[in-house]
Design a protein around this ligand. Structure first.
Ligand code: CA
Length: 229
């Protein structure tokens, strides 16, 4: 559920905004003091801020500037004066949108939905771009299927890559050779659990400084292997 912070000193307006946003399933909190509102926006986890301009403590312009320096959550500014809108534009504060009072609550909800939708799509895309496991000097890029040690790329076969990635995705968990063989190789594959041993050896030659004392893929004697976090 998306969490929205309303910084607004006119409680009747803030509560109206809150009611409408809650009807659209947003979680909403109100702060009536500018300085406290800024503090909460900077230090708590909100997905969006609706920001009045004339506020006791710190004004909306300053709050907007401070949030934008630290976070890229959407900021919707609210003002009673048209001159303020010009000022928001002119100062380049990084507000995503603005709305003038009086406004219809459904207009506000529509804008909040639009900005949050765009923001969450942006986050989702970033996550996809950075599907990377990074542990000490080892970096596994799952999207590009590449492995690097201290920035240097190492050539991996498909099964070596799948095996290493599977182990690294379940750190500190011990898997038997049978479990690994069943996970990584098809039922039809020729071979047996010795295949796993051979692949582990090849992986270690590529990623370990000293294959006799592996720092990533450990042998648990009599059981199998685990990826050390
Ligand atoms: Ca105000």
């Amino acid at each position: 559920m998306s969490k929205v912070l309303i910084v607004e000193d006119e409680l009747s307006i803030a509560e109206l905004e809150k009611d409408y946003l809650e009807l659209s399933s947003f979680e909403v909190e109100i702060e009536t003091d500018g300085s406290k509102g800024m503090d909460r926006a900077l230090h708590e986890e909100f997905d969006m801020v609706i920001l009045d301009i004339m506020l006791p403590g710190t004004d909306g312009f300053e709050i907007c500037k401070q949030i934008r320096e630290k976070k890229d959550i959407p900021i919707l500014m609210v003002s009673a004066k048209k001159e303020d809108i010009d000022k928001i534009r002119g100062l380049g504060l990084g507000a995503d949108d603005y709305i003038t009072k009086p406004f219809s609550p459904s207009e506000l909800v529509a804008r909040v939905k639009a900005h949050l939708g765009r923001y969450h799509r942006l986050i989702a895309n970033n996550v996809q771009e950075n599907d990377i496991i990074e542990i000490r000097g080892l970096k596994i890029d799952r999207t590009a299927r590449r492995v690097y040690i201290d920035g240097e790329e190492k050539a991996f076969t498909t099964k070596e890559f799948d095996l290493l990635t599977f182990l690294a995705s379940h750190p500190n968990r011990v898997f038997t050779k049978e479990e690994l063989f069943n996970k990584i190789w098809d039922m039809e594959s020729l071979g047996d659990i010795a295949t796993v041993t051979v692949h582990i050896k090849k992986i270690r030659e590529k990623i370990e400084v000293n294959t006799a004392k592996p720092q990533y893929v450990e042998t648990i004697w009599g059981v199998g292997y685990r990826f050390k976090m």
